[in-house]
Design a binder for this molecule. Structure first.
Ligand code: GTP
Ligand code: MG
Length: 577
């Protein structure tokens, strides 16, 4: 039973950022055309090689990163006043070089994201751009953010209907629930939800661009550094609106070139010594943070959170609308994202289930955007992956199995931690498990509604429970730093809420499954667990639990909104010491 094609957004269908995953029980990656179609433009991507090879295999995480960052470097972000014809903007920009792709959007003002075919075109535009005159006090800085203002009135734009603004699709919860009610199976409900919430190709391009703009700035200090996205932006589990986790990578600088003969002397760079690696990371982030705060246009609400276990710089990138967390010396987190990417692409059921569970958890206040003792999305995702490893036959391989398939180039040891696993998805055998998502969603709630959290820990590396090494209510072993618990922040109360809701939802899913098709008006399946059942509930407790959890979720998200407005987003457990 393959996933329906429509769960991929149109642009992904043509040339997926995250190439289409494999369907349950299928031995082949789905073949996808690599034609690029971006807002009215259409062209072949990479010719025959791309068609025959790229579409036949799923790209590695490293390839996706490299491609995204390379495209971002050829991209500019244009801000322009109302009333200018979009076509005239494109016409003007095309004098600087061939345009590969573009889209227009409204965020803080009108914007056009334009990707040139060649990097030189960006330079050509920069050559004619001027630093705003003395009437606007400011610090001169040449970036890839430009403002286009017409020298004289260009008259009314005539052709706007042909180039619509791109809008990140958002669907209110009530509409989503209604939509889900129309699906004919829980499986299709989950794919439908995934389709509504997953990152679009445009959103991904903006994420890579934001990283690339910060990289420009960081390169003023460290010319060879790279700023890479990690976390849910690239792990395949990102939901529209999720934060943008950035990683300042110095690996290229540190990499020693192939040893050259240097004669009788050993030659090395003089560097400033630091008391510890942590101190060096804090210093670097502090300096880059100052730089972002002072010189980077559009970066606001800057917070230095340098005392956290994972020091970071937090800021809002206004032109793209992303809340960003910039970290350095964080290669293990990048590997975690790659591991999730492997799992997310392995079987089409994985992302659909993770998105469904994440959405359910957010709706009921199990997860939150504020810091606190709740389960994080990262931990919740690990729980879903673990559950899928435990199915019979397993849907997902264990990390240990992925390690056994690794090549020499997959070997990674970071800070003494073994982070080795296979990067080529095609080397992993398909699962023989053909369970439907209808079954899996219900079984997830059954499984964790009855899990022995009191004495067992969750271990994705081995794909089995272990005895808890310490008494944290929820113990999910960090897959790489194996002595750490990624959910150490979760308190007993939050875990109890999760368990109680899981049990109730398992019960509700069984009930609504029986009711489904009788009238079709009541929320059923996934829809029923995203809202409290209005009529027809035979179990009042389920209703009141869902209602109170929902109220709590509403309060949480109100608090989060206020915090967001103040630029005071939550620190995850991980970012707190
Ligand atoms: P959302 O932002 O909630 O969509 O999910 P996310 O996966 O991006 O989580 P978050 O932004 O909190 O963290 C970004 C990445 O940092 C995660 O994907 C992990 O790779 C890593 N990370 C987050 N929390 C932990 C933790 O507790 N331990 C470790 N080792 N890594 C973590
Ligand atoms: Mg994130």
């Amino acid at each position: 039973m393959a996933a329906p094609m429509w769960w991929l957004p149109p642009l992904l269908r043509c040339r997926p950022r995250f190439p289409a995953t494999r369907g349950p029980g299928h031995g082949q990656a789905r073949r996808i055309s690599t034609e690029v179609v971006v807002q009215g433009q259409s062209q072949a991507a990479g010719g025959e090689e791309a068609d025959s090879e790229v579409s036949a295999r799923i790209k590695t995480f490293t390839e996706v990163q490299a491609e995204g960052l390379e495209q971002a470097q050829k991209t500019v972000l244009i801000s322009y006043p109302t009333g200018i014809s979009k076509k005239s903007i494109l016409q003007y920009l095309s004098h600087h070089g061939r345009i590969n792709s573009y889209f227009f959007y409204k965020g803080h003002g009108h914007h056009a994201m334009v990707e040139f075919s060649e990097k030189e075109s960006v330079g050509s535009l920069q050559d004619v751009a001027q630093i705003a005159g003395s009437s606007v006090p400011g610090i001169p800085f040449k970036s890839r953010l430009f403002t286009l203002t017409p020298r004289q009135s260009l008259g009314q734009a005539l052709d706007e209907t042909s180039i619509p603004d791109y809008q990140h699709p958002t669907i209110p919860m009530e509409d989503l629930v209604q939509k889900l009610c129309c699906a004919d199976s829980i499986s299709n409900q989950l794919y439908s939800l995934l389709n509504e919430h997953q990152l679009t190709e445009e959103n991904m391009k903006l994420r890579f661009l934001a990283c690339s703009l910060i990289q420009d700035l960081a390169r003023a200090y460290f010319p060879e550094c790279v700023v890479k996205p990690f976390g849910s932006s690239v792990s395949t589990f990102g939901k529209l609106g999720c934060d943008l986790d950035m990683f300042l990578d110095f690996d290229e600088i540190g990499k020693s070139p192939t040893p050259k003969k240097t004669g009788p002397f050993h030659v090395e760079y003089q560097i400033k010594r630091m008391p510890s690696e942590r101190a060096a990371t804090q210093k670097i982030l502090s300096v880059i943070g100052e730089c972002i705060a002072n010189f980077s246009p559009g970066c606001t609400h800057i917070q230095k959170i340098l005392d956290a276990r994972c020091p970071l710089m937090r800021f809002f990138h206004q032109p793209t609308g992303f809340h960003c967390d910039l970290t350095a010396n964080n290669r293990i987190a990048l590997r975690s994202s790659e591991l999730l990417y492997i799992y997310g692409n392995f079987d089409s059921r994985v992302r659909a289930l993770v998105f469904g569970i994440r959405c359910w958890a957010r709706t009921h206040g199990i997860t939150s955007s504020t810091s606190g003792p709740w389960i994080t999305n990262f931990s919740l995702t690990m729980m879903v992956l673990f559950f899928l490893q435990k199915r019979k036959p397993p849907i997902l391989p264990t990390l240990a199995e992925l390690k056994n398939l690794a090549d020499a180039e997959d070997k990674h040891v970071i800070g003494g931690h073994d982070c080795t696993f296979v990067s080529n998805l095609n080397k992993i055998n398909q699962t023989e498990n053909t369970e439907t998502l209808d079954v899996l969603l219900n079984e997830f709630f059954e499984y964790f509604g009855n899990f022995d959290f009191g004495s067992k820990s969750i271990n994705v590396r081995e794909g089995k429970e272990h005895s808890k090494p310490e008494p944290s209510p929820l113990y999910i072993q960090n897959p790489f730093e194996q002595t750490l618990n990624i959910s150490a922040n979760v308190n007993q109360n939050q875990l109890d809420r999760f368990v109680a809701l899981a049990r109730e939802c398992a019960w509700i899913l069984q009930q609504v499954n029986q009711d489904h098709g009788q009238g079709g008006k009541q929320p059923w399946g996934l829809a029923a667990i995203l809202v409290p059942p209005v009529i027809g509930s035979k179990k009042k407790m389920a209703k009141s639990m869902l209602t109170s959890a929902r109220l709590k979720a509403l309060l949480d998200s109100l608090r989060a909104d206020i915090a967001n407005k103040k630029g005071e987003r939550a620190f995850s457990s991980w970012s707190l010491k």
